[in-house]
Design a binder for this molecule. Structure first.
Ligand code: SF4
Length: 205
């Protein structure tokens, strides 16, 4: 049986990460959740239940917010699966601490929520970092195994373009050593078209 805890907030590299949900519409072949209970810095990230905004706010009281550069919605699941809690928490963090806020996402939040959620980020979210993974739609489908099927790659790209209208920084990432140089060039072109910054991130970042 999986070990569970209520690790809602955890520190990574001088930032405070927020773990809101274990739900995700994908089953990535490389997902760390398949083999691990936790990450080194965080402790167990399988949640006993999905927290409410009030529960998340109470957790912030336990941390010295002056220590952190950024608040990052990430965790062991797709943050946009808990959209209302995410927005409520982001509003609280902005108002109380004035911190920069980032969402690390698979980019399928519009499919998850059945609507364009990017306008809701305006004035609240500073950075959206989207996992691009590969420049190829077919390969994306094989790697990410999204429950929404083959439309997912295009939906992720159009979500990125929408975010550009409302969020100052949109980043699209691939993982170092997983692509050829040619594929990375193709990713760079996709990012240029979207208006996103391309980032090749280290494994497990
Ligand atoms: S999108 Fe992230 S959380 Fe979801 S299966 Fe893929 S790697 Fe895991």
């Amino acid at each position: 049986m999986k070990e569970k805890a209520m690790t809602i907030l955890y520190e990574v590299h001088g930032n405070l990460y927020v773990n809101l949900t274990n739900k995700c519409p994908c089953a990535c072949t490389f997902c760390l959740r398949q083999t691990r209970e936790s990450m080194e810095e965080s402790g167990v990230l399988w949640l006993e239940h999905t927290p409410s905004v009030e529960e998340v706010k109470a957790e912030f009281d336990k941390f010295d917010m002056g220590k952190y550069g950024e608040v990052v919605f990430c965790g062991f699941g797709e943050p946009t699966e808990a959209l209302e809690v995410l927005l409520g928490t982001a509003r609280f963090v902005k108002e109380r601490y004035g911190k920069k806020i980032r969402i690390n996402t698979n980019g399928l939040g519009n499919l998850v929520n059945g609507k364009n959620i990017a306008p809701l980020f305006e004035g609240l979210i500073d950075t959206v970092s989207i996992s691009l993974n590969t420049p190829d739609a077919g390969k994306y489908y094989e790697l990410v195994r999204p429950k929404f099927g083959e439309q997912s790659f295009e939906a992720m790209l159009s979500f990125a373009k929408e975010c550009k209208k409302y969020v100052s920084e949109v980043v699209m990432t691939t993982v170092d050593t997983t692509l050829t140089k040619q594929e990375e060039e193709e990713c760079r072109k996709i990012c240029e078209e979207v208006g996103a910054r391309y980032r090749i991130r280290p494994w497990e970042d």
